[in-house]
Design a protein around this ligand. Structure first.
Ligand code: AMP
Length: 174
């Protein structure tokens, strides 16, 4: 009986490790599959490819770069964190101040949120407001952006709020 139990737990742990390895490698393999001919240099193209990959392979948000930031597996310039949210500087800023606020909860996009996320969505906006204030953006103003899906050029499928400030912006956005 003890031998049977040991064998079962051995095979269960092998199965778990194989699944974990497959999940962590999959996004890199997929982006290599989708990003050919230098196409991934363009943000919109990258967003379209990310959306296609997400549709085709049903990415889990736990696989994205932002989940790695949450788990502290890769570095980021984190400027605020609490039990529900993290804010960090965008690695490719499009304004003098460009900060992302993300939930710890793995939500792919705004459209995937449900009624139970109402307090979380309010919290994310509250964090964005406080971070913007700390960055001295209140007087000059700032823009809050959520890109949702392909047409909005969402490229990372983990919900995030962009805080953009420090320069005059135009409307409509591109
Ligand atoms: P979106 O196009 O709305 O999905 O925005 C994704 C944002 O994530 C872009 O502005 C990227 O520059 C930013 N980004 C991607 N990887 C990282 C990273 N490792 N650290 C910080 N920001 C990132």
């Amino acid at each position: 009986m003890a031998l049977l139990l040991r064998r079962t737990s051995f095979y269960a742990s092998r199965l778990f490790l194989t699944a974990a390895a497959a999940l962590s490698v999959a996004p890199r393999v997929l982006m290599a599959e989708f990003c050919t001919d230098g196409k991934c240099n363009d943000e919109v193209e990258k967003a379209k490819l990310a959306s296609e990959a997400a549709d085709k392979y049903q990415f889990q948000p736990q696989d994205t770069i932002f989940s790695k930031i949450i788990r502290k597996e890769i570095p980021a310039d984190i400027i605020y964190e609490d039990e529900k949210a993290i804010a960090f500087r965008d690695v490719n800023p499009v304004a003098p101040t460009h900060i992302l606020v993300i939930p710890r909860k793995p939500l792919t996009q705004l459209a995937a949120s449900t009624e139970e996320d109402i307090p979380l969505l309010g919290h994310l906006l509250w964090v964005a407001k406080n971070v913007a204030e700390k960055e001295n953006l209140n007087d000059s103003g700032y823009r809050i952006v959520i890109n949702n899906g392909r047409d909005a050029a969402q490229s990372v499928y983990h919900l995030h709020i962009h805080i953009l400030g420090g320069r005059q912006m135009s409307w409509p956005p591109g």
